[in-house]
Write a protein of this length. Sequence first.
Length: 272
Amino acid sequence: MSRSSTLIKIFITSLLLQYINVKSQSPSQSETVSFSITRFEEENPDILYRGDASISNGILRLTKIDQSGKPLSNSVGHATHVTPIHIWDKTSGELADFSTGFSFIVNTDNAPLHGDGFAFFIAPIHFDIPKNSSGGYLGLFNPKTAHVPSQNPILAIEFDGFTNDWDPPSSYQSPHIGIDVGAIDSIAYALWPINFVPRNAIGEASINYNSESKRLSVFVAYPGTEWNSTSVSFVVDLRSVLPEWVRVGFSGATGELVETHDIVNWSFESAL
């Protein structure tokens, strides 16, 4: 073999290795995460439980109950899926689309006042239950920074059973579904008919985010009851709220007032 042929082969091999190296370091064209949980199990390694969250008969219970099934006061619990979600890419600026659906049961024992609520949330990977976050802070916010969006890289869809001072005014002085962007003050909200559905009624929630329109949409229904679906939406650029990598999960809290907060099933899908 001639010297020139050898040099050409070395050159081509070098180019190929460089291409492979660059390709391996580049983000994939499509990053997807998808999971579906039809029954919660204690030994499921994909779910991280914190605080008072527990499993009972295949249902995720976010806050405590006593032996007779009555909810307990000042209880806080988290359940988070361990899979990191690439919600946006710093290099390309691209946002992920995502959708999640879950069924839930909240029982109030027909009490005129009850609380406090639960939420689906998206937060930094190492997010933990903040101190003093029971009651109206829903296990997501510290009272000192709860109203300061710049201090809370969190997006939450709250199912709020009690009206606090910061909650929606006017006709929404009642349980509501709210979109929280970095603060406990809901930036958009709709009526939550929890006071009017039968005991053990199963609610079904669907949450979708469109990366092109940047619209976050929430739909909630109680099939088999007289209540039609409730919906609320808001345009939010997640790049201004969340870090690139996040985890998704649920949080629930009671304060002096109580109710149950149970998740029956859960599915999630994201694509960047």
